[in-house]
Structures are given as structure tokens and as C-alpha cells.
Design a protein around this ligand. Structure first.
Ligand code: DC
Length: 222
């Protein structure tokens, strides 16, 4: 099986670009952030403190998370309930970041991610795909952009969806998430050894897709 690992901070364009690449290659696109979001969402819905590892561990017992691929599109199931749409709020983003710092949560999700890559050709995106989950991925990419540009993209996405948003608040949340994700003790966000760094600041989406598509083709052929 072949694997393309794409890591990077929130809003760098990982999911849009990874989905497009997966389509070009006929691989499945795996959005691993959705797994942490599902746990964050479940904790919020149960009133569990997302920073309390013992309390979160209590929730993990008996919790069944599954990624199903319907027409190549990922859907997230929590105890057989489809939560794909419910995990996209800002509150869930912050909860996901908090639970993702807990070692118990990361080990709970490790095999699930590796199993998908063992059974399918994947483009997998996240924060620790090339560093921890799939260190032998065929291509490793670290995708980034300036915080201001990432916040602007996120802000425009929310406004486009008709959700009211405040740019300064979006930027502040994103900076906090960047800091927390890259300073945690377990599997912090950082470029893997041998990862190709791509900064998409100032690029049109199509340009970034072309750049990554070329990198992937060149490196898969090696
Ligand atoms: O990619 P995302 O915004 O959906 O991810 C939500 C949070 O989950 C992110 O702030 C950090 C965490 N995460 C992680 O720790 N490791 C991953 N592989 C993917 C996401």
C-alpha cells in the first residue's frame, strides 16, 4: 500500500489539497483531525473536562469510533451514530486540540489510523502522520502558511457558510491552537525528518494543488 502524509497547522489548506490529490491518485483521503474532533465532541456533549485525562479516559472505555468511506468520502461514526457534520464547530476545534494533547487519546487512535493505511492507498492528513503514525510514508509533506492568511481563509469559509465570525477571534483561536499543538509533549506538530516543506502563503488554491501534485508524482516515481 502507498501512503502520502500531509501534516501542518490548522488552515494551511491540508484537507482541500489532500482530498484533491487523493481524487487524482484514486487513493482514499483520511482526515485524522476528525477523530480527535469526535472525541472532543463526545466530551463536550457529556460535560467532561477535556483537559482531565482520567475523566476523558473514562469516556474512551466503551467508545467506538469508526471512519467509513462512502463513495470515497470519509464519514465519522461514534457508537454507530454519524457525527460528521456535528464536529465542525469552533468549540469542537478547541476541544479536539485539548484532548489531542492527552497520551491516552493518542494511543486510543493509533491503531485505527495505521489499520486504514495498511488496507488502503491513502492521502492522510493531520499533525503527526509523518512523525508518528506513518513514519514510512512514501511522501511526507509539511504544509504551512502565515497565521494571518490561515485565519483569513477560515474567516471567509465561515462567512461563506453564513456563520457569523470575528476575524480577530478566529486569529486568536488559531494561534492558541498552533501553540498548543506544537508544544504538547506527545506527538507535537513539527516537520518529520525528510518532509518536504511547502508554504502556501499568497498562493491561489489551484497553485498549491499543482505544487503538491508535482511533488507527489516526482516522489512516488522514485
Ligand atoms: O485538523 P483539525 O483542525 O481537524 O484537527 C483538530 C485538532 O486535532 C487539532 O487542533 C490537533 C488535533 N490533531 C492532532 O493532534 N493530530 C492529528 N493527526 C490531527 C489532529
Amino acid at each position: 500500500m502507498r501512503a502520502i502524509a500531509i501534516d501542518g497547522p490548522a488552515g494551511a489548506g491540508k484537507s482541500t489539497i489532500a482530498r484533491k490529490l487523493a481524487g487524482e491518485l484514486g487513493y482514499i483521503y483520511v482526515d485524522t483531525g476528525a477523530l480527535y474532533r469526535a472525541i472532543g465532541y463526545f466530551c463536550l456533549s457529556r460535560g467532561v473536562d477535556v483537559k482531565d485525562e482520567t475523566a476523558v479516559m473514562g469516556v474512551l472505555v466503551g467508545l467506538h469510533i469508526e471512519l467509513r468511506f462512502v463513495d470515497m468520502e470519509q464519514r465519522v461514526f461514534l457508537n454507530d451514530q454519524d457525527v460528521t457534520a456535528k464536529i465542525r464547530t469552533e468549540a469542537v476545534s478547541m476541544a479536539a486540540s485539548a484532548v489531542s494533547a492527552l497520551p491516552a487519546v493518542r494511543s486510543f487512535l493509533l491503531d485505527l489510523q495505521r489499520d486504514i493505511a495498511a488496507q488502503n492507498n491513502v492521502v492522510m492528513d493531520g499533525r503527526d502522520i509523518a512523525t508518528v503514525i506513518l513514519p514510512n510514508a512514501d511522501v511526507k509533506i509539511f504544509l504551512t502558511a502565515s497565521p494571518e492568511e490561515r485565519a483569513r481563509r477560515r474567516y471567509e469559509e465561515l462567512i461563506g457558510k453564513g456563520v457569523s465570525a470575528d476575524y480577530a477571534a478566529v486569529l486568536a483561536d488559531l494561534k492558541k491552537r498552533d501553540y498548543d499543538d506544537s508544544h504538547r509533549e506527545v506527538a507535537p506538530l513539527k516537520p518529520a525528518e525528510g518532509a518536504i516543506l511547502v508554504d502556501t502563503t499568497g498562493n491561489e488554491l489551484e497553485t498549491s494543488i499543482k505544487i503538491l501534485s508535482n511533488i507527489v508524482k516526482e516522489n512516488l516515481d522514485k
